[in-house]
Design a protein around this ligand. Structure first.
Ligand code: NAP
Length: 248
């Protein structure tokens, strides 16, 4: 069966590594990005140059109209969706809750929570065997922050990841009998650009000594975990939250 995957927020970082690895394993890939068209196009071109199939679609996945357009584009250009990776995630300048504006909280919750609900809804509508679909698999990207709470730096981000964990548990039960597996990966500290958005570009190296394995992780190490959870090798795994954080 043809495998078609959407990875949200996949022009760079963990999403980019996942999209590339998925293409190398035979998926037709939809790369999604917000504003960095050049990075998305570079990745699309690399996949095509390697003999894979990919499209790149701009969409703010925290906005319903954009999500509907994104999924319709996949329907028309790639065909039936079989895998969704809810990977998008943002964090803002480090700080305390007492100083957080409503605008900031809404940005973080819309991008990190609402998008996961909207994209999962659209995926389930297409995959569910109860709705005429062929089944599929969803992986949500959470964070170790949902365990430590993010106090003093980004409690909003950490709480949004708590919601992702709970979405995984609840949705996996809701669609378990409809041919859809839903799982979650909780990365530890990984070398990507996200730390610069929090105002702390050197965060991974700074925290590396607090990781029992004594190092930060690479995006490809998270991509491997995601691809395994999507694969037939994980056929009886659903509702799982897999920590990939070097034991931190
Ligand atoms: P990243 O390097 O900052 O990349 C973010 C990606 O999301 C980019 O492709 C960006 O697109 C896209 N994006 C941002 N807002 C978007 C929106 N509203 N709609 C669509 N796309 C949007 O992030 P990352 O570190 O790879 O993080 C990926 C996931 O892993 C996130 O859920 C994050 O919370 C989680 N995570 C990361 C770490 C870590 O240490 N890196 C640890 C734990 C969990 P543009 O290129 O267009 O801006």
């Amino acid at each position: 069966m043809r495998q078609v995957i959407l990875v949200t927020g996949s022009s760079r970082g963990i999403g980019g590594a996942t999209a590339l690895m998925a293409a190398r394993r035979g998926y037709a890939v939809c790369i999604n990005y917000h504003s960095n068209a050049a990075a998305a196009e570079r990745l699309r071109a690399q996949i095509v140059a390697e003999g894979g199939e990919a499209i790149a679609v701009q969409a703010d996945v925290g906005v319903e109209a954009d999500v509907l357009r994104l999924f319709t584009t996949i329907d028309e250009e790639l065909g039936v969706l079989t895998a969704l990776v809810n990977n998008v995630g943002v964090l803002e300048q480090q700080g305390k809750l007492a100083d957080m504006s409503v605008a900031r909280l809404k940005r973080v919750f819309d991008t990190n929570i609402l998008s996961y609900f909207l994209c999962s809804r659209e995926a389930v509508r297409r995959m569910s065997t109860a709705r005429g679909g062929q089944g599929g698999a969803i992986v949500n990207v959470s964070s170790g922050a949902s365990r430590h709470g993010g106090g003093n730096v980004y409690v909003d981000y950490a709480a949004s990841k708590g919601a992702v964990d709970v979405l995984t548990l609840g949705l996996s039960k809701e669609v378990g009998g409809e041919g859809i597996r839903v799982n979650c990966v909780r990365p530890g500290i990984i070398y990507t650009d996200i730390h610069a958005s929090g105002g702390d570009p050197g965060r991974v190296d700074k925290l590396a000594s607090t990781v029992p394995m004594q190092r930060g992780g690479q995006p490809e190490e998270i991509a491997e975990t995601i691809l395994w959870l999507l694969s037939p090798q994980a056929s009886y795994v659903s509702g799982a939250i897999v920590d990939a954080g070097g034991a931190r």
